[in-house]
Design a protein around this ligand. Sequence first.
Ligand SMILES: C[S@@+](CC[C@H](N)C(=O)[O-])C[C@H]1O[C@@H](n2cnc3c(N)ncnc32)[C@H](O)[C@@H]1O
Ligand code: SF4
Ligand code: SF4
Length: 362
Amino acid sequence: MYKLDDVITVEWEITNRCNASCPQCPRNNYGGSVIESLKLTTITLEQAKKMLPVGSMKSLRTVYFCGTYGDPAVNIELIEICSWLKQYNIQVSLHTNGGLQKPEWWKKLANVLDKDDFVVFSIDGLSDTNHVYRRGVNWKTLINNASAFINAGGNAHWDFIVFRHNEHQVQAAEAFSNTLGFKKFNYKKTHRFINKKHDRVEVWPIYDIHDKLVDKLEIPNNPVYINNQISKLEKVNKQHGDFFTYTMSTPITCYHKSLGKIYIGADGYVFPCGWLHDRMYGIEAEQHPDHKALFKLFEQAGGIEKVNLNYNSLKNIINTDWFPVLESSWTGEGRLSRCGAVCGASFNPVGAQNENVSYWGV
Ligand SMILES: C[S@@+](CC[C@H](N)C(=O)[O-])C[C@H]1O[C@@H](n2cnc3c(N)ncnc32)[C@H](O)[C@@H]1O
Ligand code: SF4
Ligand code: SF4
């Protein structure tokens, strides 16, 4: 059983707002409009202090600001929130597209963080390609921000998601990252050509803000950059009849439970991981059987008052009210297909995505 005292790492979606619109991000329609059901929320320092009982979390070591639907740099109190966590010696990191705020802000952030902390800049290409996926991110702003952070002594990592349109730039980007002073360069083999319905997609559309098709994303040509689980999907489907049947029958080993990780959404919902938060909003997620199944589990737990940090304490949510209900779904009634898809025995899309990705302590 999950216990608050066993939590080592918290992933926190400290806002679900974003300046960008990446076409495979759950917050928007293929890079176009923001999904309608997402209620935009940013957590203040005051709310953050009420939500996370840092002082009484015996094993807590790391908080990383990432999330499913937003970019932490949108939160104007982020530096103050980091400062508060540093009072408890918590390791802090964040994932960002880097296109927001001014260099001064990034310098200030570097001064609040210490040698164990880091920022992951999500940069998928160079000046002529980053914007293809990171729609809305200005290259010069991003590089000035990252440089200001690094020059002020901050530890920066560069994550590069490889697509067909940027695969020829991986080595050049790594060389450039070294020139700028990044401590680490990771390339990521995305699993998102398996879509929110868990179907394989060869060509991913890119929409503009009016939801008009303007471009496309494709899997890289170089097998080194391809997530090998995408082709494994067919084998799994053949063996089990279809993917849904596989996900509903495979034994589940919760990856995040094994690592002592939990996830807090900007809307206050708490899960072991963000992959379940992704089941809540957006047409495709809402049409998937998981959406109903998730809300059924919430009901079983006693409703929103029991599973959401705006109404209940983290201790109750994890120790008694919500996590035990979710955990029993892995072996009993009402399991989520997403749990089988991510943490099942014969298919590991997330592990394959992150084969060449490593961070300090996360
Ligand atoms: C929703 S984002 C939140 C953090 C921040 N906005 C960012 O993009 O770095 C969560 C994570 O998903 C990653 N991500 C976005 N699109 C992806 C894709 N197509 N494949 C794999 N990871 C992706 C981001 O780079 C980030 O690490
Ligand atoms: S920057 Fe992050 S949150 Fe924003 S759209 Fe891209 S992946 Fe989503
Ligand atoms: S998908 Fe389910 S089983 Fe996997 S880490 Fe998340 S909660 Fe655990």
